[in-house]
Design a protein around this ligand. Structure first.
Ligand code: TA6
Length: 306
């Protein structure tokens, strides 16, 4: 089973503009659609498409619970979110126009969790997670979920003996590294923050690999580096026409963990993840990708060991 933990999920509101967005002007919205938001839920969506036994966990607010659940259902995501009373799951706004590649994302802070909410969530996790499971913790933290809470969460998973994957940033990512989780996926900016002494990037990634089994350093459209078993792989994705890059990294992580779950080789896992992410950027919403296209593009992914 792969569990995804999205502590601060979102409902993504996609705003399609008539024209390029400009300040001091009324920017007309052509269309509004909704998608699931928050990094772990996107991973779950990929798992649902790849037929991987999965369950999405985290916190959700009861005030817009119906809307949130409806999107999860439409995306075939199995879930057992801890419901936070009197709170709403945040909305994030993704602004898309026909003239710009890349999108503008505006993210709300999210819900506030209290001590009881955190207790209920942790106890649920203790009952569920077993040694053979993979658990992904991804995305930002809700208000009042502290670094100590994150430490406790990782400790609970360590006690269960499962594979721990973290797609986190800032202090949360530093903590995941300190606690030697099994997988991290820093982007260039996050990697520079971690590599505080400016060591050569490849040497630094190799040194991280002494305690973290899988490191994927994502370079956006330029692909990624992956370090595993002291081997460094340069991964070049297929060239595609990008319409919305939101959620591409999440899609990569969901497919990568699915590859590990299915016992694929590291090369096959990287090809699958890279092709799914490439398909994602060709779609307008935050999570959709085409498995058919991904399976076709898999063979165009170039992997070299360096
Ligand atoms: O990566 C895309 C996405 O998951 C969006 O769906 C959006 O809701 C946002 O990121 C949330 O990011 P955050 O880091 O705030 O958890």
């Amino acid at each position: 089973m792969i569990y995804t933990i999205t502590l601060n999920p979102a409902i993504d509101r996609l705003l399609y503009l008539e024209e390029k967005m400009e300040s001091r002007k009324s920017n007309r919205i052509r269309e509004v659609t909704y998608d699931i938001g928050g990094k772990g839920t996107h991973g779950s969506y990929v798992m649902s498409q790849l037929d991987v036994h999965h369950l999405a966990l985290g916190f959700m607010g009861d005030m817009n619970g119906e809307k949130f659940k409806k999107i999860l259902k439409a995306k075939h995501i199995n879930d057992d979110f801890t419901v936070v009373r009197g709170q709403a799951t945040r909305e994030c706004y993704i602004i898309i126009d026909r003239h710009t590649t890349g999108t503008t994302m505006l993210t709300e802070k999210g819900l506030t969790v209290n001590e009881n909410d955190k207790h209920v969530f942790i106890e649920n996790l203790k009952v569920k997670v077993k040694q053979d499971d993979i658990v992904l913790i991804a995305g930002s933290l809700p208000i009042n979920f502290t670094m100590d809470d994150l430490r406790k969460l990782i400790e609970v998973l360590k006690e269960a003996g499962c594979f721990i994957a973290c797609d986190l940033s800032g202090e949360a990512l530093k903590l995941a590294v300190e606690m030697a989780v099994d997988f991290i996926k820093p982007n260039e900016f996050e990697l520079n923050e971690l590599n505080s002494t400016n060591e050569n990037t490849i040497d630094y990634l190799k040194s991280l690999n002494n305690k973290i089994h899988y490191i994927v350093a994502s370079l956006g459209e330029k692909g990624s580096y992956c370090v595993h078993d002291k081997k460094v792989y340069r991964v070049l994705p297929p060239k595609v026409k990008e319409v919305n890059d939101t959620g591409a990294g999440d899609c990569f992580v969901g497919a990568f963990l699915s590859g590990l779950y299915k016992n694929l080789s590291i090369q096959e896992t990287l090809k699958l993840a890279s092709a799914c992410a490439a398909s994602k950027v060709m779609h307008h919403d935050s999570s959709t990708f085409s498995l058919e296209d991904a399976l076709r593009m898999k063979e165009q992914v170039k992997i070299t060991e360096i």
